[in-house]
Structures are given as structure tokens and as C-alpha cells.
Design a protein. Structure first.
Length: 219
């Protein structure tokens, strides 16, 4: 997979090194030549010195060949511009954007070319809530048209003791994994969910309330 990363800060460099180690073809775009000179010897990926917010630089860098673009700079405005250019000018199939300031999270959507937005404060809050909440739906990750949610089933959940095929999930929602006793279960129609199971599901805005009622009750 070809991945282009805008921004060679700590986040961008870590992602680049991790993806390179996993065997992916990685390009890092960074406008500060001093940063590139310091970092490039330690991270064996392709580097381009230029402004990722400039279309001409993106053409020269080869971003148009990318399967995924990651906007990972420390500036939300730059990340939005990179995302929009990647999607509209280069038709990149997948655009992932870093949200630096939580109050800007609402901007990172399909209108700006963002398929997946990652806000560290929101993610940390969700993980804390997920660790302590039982019987409540917790939003973990926002995608373009859906979000990943988690519910730890309480003893009184309407879903407990029933196979997944009988849960009457909406057509635009699906269970993607069940975590039980620290083991991941790939869900099948005959998988029976139990109390204390962590159920992860992909839901849309329209199906979230129905999924909440099925897994947590109260609706």
C-alpha cells in the first residue's frame, strides 16, 4: 500500500516508521528542510521537502499515486487543506486526518475530504469511558458515514443470551467484533452474546438509537 504523510512531527514520523516496518511504501512531505535533514537518516522512507498545502508541491511529490493520505501536521487548518486537496485534486481513496484541537473536530468531515478523523483527546475520553461504563454505548472512532461504538453488556441487556442473528440489527449497522475474557470473537449469526461481553459495532447516525436499544436497553 502506498501511503503519503503530511507533516514530520513526532506523530507523522512515528506513523511513517510503523507503516514502513509493516511493509508499506511511505512518502513523508515536510516543508522544513532542517527537520528532514535531522529525521530522514533514521527513518528509511521517501521524503519530499515542500508545502503539503500547495498543489504544485503535491504533484511533484507523487502524492497522486497514494492509496492513503494522512494529514498529520500540528495545525488543524493545514490538515483540512491537505485533506481537501488529496480528495478533490488527486481523488485519493482514503484520507485520514489528525485533529489537534478538540473544538475543531466537527470540521473534519466529508465536506473537507476527510474519511477518518482522529482526535486524541476525544479518543482518550472514549477509552476511559469504555473502561468504566457498563450498559452504555461509547463512541470510539468517527468515520466518514459511520462510527465505531462499543457497549459492554450489562446483566439486564436485552441482547444477553441471544444469537446475533436474532438481535434484529438495522440494515445500516453491524457487529464487527465481540471481546470476551480478553479474546476477540469474530461474530457469526449463531454467536450468542453474554453479559460482560464488549460488543463493537459500526453504526450510522440513523441506526445508533436502535443499536443502543438492542444492546443496552431503555428504548
Amino acid at each position: 500500500m502506498k501511503v503519503a504523510i503530511a507533516g514530520a512531527g513526532n506523530v507523522g514520523v512515528f506513523i511513517a516508521a510503523d507503516l514502513h516496518e509493516a511493509g508499506h511504501d511511505v512518502l513523508v512531505i515536510e516543508q522544513d528542510p532542517d527537520v528532514v535533514a535531522r529525521t530522514a537518516p533514521a527513518v528509511d522512507v521517501r521524503w519530499y521537502v515542500g508545502d503539503a498545502c500547495e498543489v504544485s508541491n503535491l504533484h511533484e511529490s507523487g502524492l497522486g499515486d497514494a492509496d492513503v493520505v494522512v494529514a498529520a501536521t500540528g495545525d488543524d487548518e493545514d490538515n483540512l487543506v491537505v485533506s481537501l486537496l488529496a480528495k478533490q485534486e488527486f481523488a485519493v481513496p482514503r484520507v485520514v486526518a489528525r485533529v489537534n484541537h478538540p473544538k475543531n473536530h466537527w470540521l473534519f468531515n466529508e465536506s473537507w475530504g476527510v474519511d477518518v478523523s482522529v482526535s486524541t483527546p476525544h479518543l482518550l475520553s472514549a477509552l476511559v469511558e469504555e473502561a468504566v461504563a457498563v450498559g452504555s454505548l461509547v463512541r470510539l472512532l468517527q468515520f466518514q458515514d459511520a462510527q465505531l461504538v462499543e457497549v459492554t453488556l450489562a446483566d439486564g441487556s436485552p441482547a444477553v443470551g441471544r444469537p446475533i442473528r436474532d438481535l434484529d440489527f438495522p440494515r445500516d449497522a453491524t457487529i464487527v467484533a465481540v471481546v470476551r475474557d480478553a479474546h476477540v470473537i469474530v461474530p457469526r449469526g449463531d454467536t450468542v452474546v453474554q453479559a460482560a461481553d464488549e460488543v463493537l459495532a459500526l453504526v450510522t447516525a440513523d441506526s445508533e438509537a436502535r443499536v443502543t436499544a438492542i444492546l443496552a436497553g431503555g428504548a
